[in-house]
Write a protein that binds this ligand. Structure first.
Ligand code: ADP
Ligand code: MG
Length: 376
């Protein structure tokens, strides 16, 4: 595919109209691009800020045609892009990120193999595609461990934490019907992540390392700079760059890692798109992950990823929306509210996030705690 420079005034097509698509669109619109979004839901978060919304199933061939007719470049906000749609857009439009990386990262087994092939450590794992493989995996990996569906999992969905044989019962009906992998439970010091972006011109940039705190497997809050030593900061950035190179990345790659209690860094999983743990960059970095992504796919020079101030990013889930709205008069001067325009505030649903900048991570945390919406 010949590299093209896409200039403001031209149209960026986005597959998927959730919050990631919306924040990509906002960054792009700021630079003067036009946006077309494909999503089956009317008035989805991205459609609210787009110039054109194609409301159709992702696999609808007419929708792919309509997208190709209006977009000068196409990108995506999620892993599970329909193969036929991607294939059509690759031929009839400009899809600089290609399709190969999606195929690697949407399957945990492929992904782990690719990470290992890049020379990076992962937690011990084995495939579980039938009863025999399950027995073997339990014998080898033992408890505690975690059984994960190889495809389609997010926010801990499709995962079973196993302390003993009894914990297997819930998952047993699915064994042999859908593919799983069994992973050793990793006692970790910290969970961290790094966003790396590579443009169509080959220019690469890395964002500061984020420290992530999950609750019920959902990202609860992110702290930047991560509270780890300099050596680990450098190592995490190096790992992300290594993967960008090994994966022939174009666009954005989020790399989730564990810092084990053994002091070593292990790669947990990757996502070929902007990531929840990079939302802090909207207010705390010179260039946000979304602007950087747009620059990368449009072939523009990348921006500086320097951290302007320490920050905490706290996710606003369904149950936090009203308590937070009640506290708006108490927001500190460094607080920046982002809401995604979702109609229904269901429990556990990601509705927005709050970035609070501070002189230090500790003062930012203290400001978040004062709101008493979350227990930080
Ligand atoms: P998802 O696709 O749902 O984000 P992850 O593999 O990242 O799936 O798992 C979600 C969270 O569950 C992780 O961020 C981590 O907190 C916990 N987790 C997952 N795998 C392990 C493991 N092997 N050891 C310890 N904790 C884990
Ligand atoms: Mg994860």
């Amino acid at each position: 595919m010949t590299q093209q420079t896409i200039l403001p005034g031209q149209t960026i097509g986005i597959l998927g109209g959730g919050q990631l698509g919306r924040m990509m669109a906002i960054a792009a619109k700021q630079m003067g691009y036009r946006i077309a979004v494909l999503d089956p839901t009317e008035d989805c978060p991205c459609a609210q800020v787009a110039d054109k919304a194609i409301v159709a199933d992702y696999a609808d061939p007419d929708a792919a045609k309509e997208m190709a007719a209006c977009a000068d470049v196409v990108t995506y906000e999620f892993e599970n892009v329909d193969v036929q749609t991607a294939d059509y857009l690759q031929t009839h439009s400009y899809l600089p990120q290609g399709f190969r990386l999606l195929e690697i990262t949407k399957d945990r087994l492929n992904e782990k193999a690719a990470i290992q092939a890049a020379g990076l450590p992962v937690v011990p794992y084995l495939p579980v595609r039938n009863e025999e493989e399950l027995e073997k995996a339990i014998r080898t990996i033992d408890f505690p461990s975690v059984l994960k569906t190889t495809e389609g999992g997010y926010d801990g969905k499709g995962q079973y934490v196993l302390h003993d044989q009894a914990d297997l019962e819930e998952a047993r009906p699915y064994i042999g019907k859908i593919p799983f992998e069994l992973e050793k439970w990793m006692p970790f010091e910290k969970e961290i992540s790094v966003i790396v972006v590579r443009s169509t011109t080959g220019e690469t940039s890395v964002f500061p390392v984020a420290e992530n705190i999950h609750r019920h497997n959902i990202l609860h809050h992110t702290l930047v700079p991560a509270r780890i030593n300099e050596k680990l900061h450098a190592e995490a950035a190096q790992y992300a760059l290594r993967l960008a190179e090994a994966f022939h990345l174009v666009g954005t790659l989020a790399v989730e890692m564990f810092v084990g209690t053994d002091g070593k860094v292990y790669v947990n999983e990757t996502a070929p798109r902007p990531h929840n743990s990079g939302h802090y960059s909207i207010d705390a970095c010179e260039t946000s992950q979304f602007e950087q992504h747009i620059r990368a796919i449009c072939g523009l020079p990348l921006g500086s990823t320097d951290l302007l101030k320490p920050v905490i990013m706290v996710n606003i889930l369904g149950q936090h929306v009203q308590p937070l709205l009640d506290k708006i008069p108490e927001l500190s001067a460094g607080a920046h509210l982002h809401l995604y325009g979702k109609a229904e505030a269901r429990e556990g649903r990601k509705m927005g996030h709050l970035n609070i900048l501070g002189a230090t991570v500790e003062t930012a945390i203290a400001d978040a705690q004062k709101l008493a919406v979350w227990k930080i």
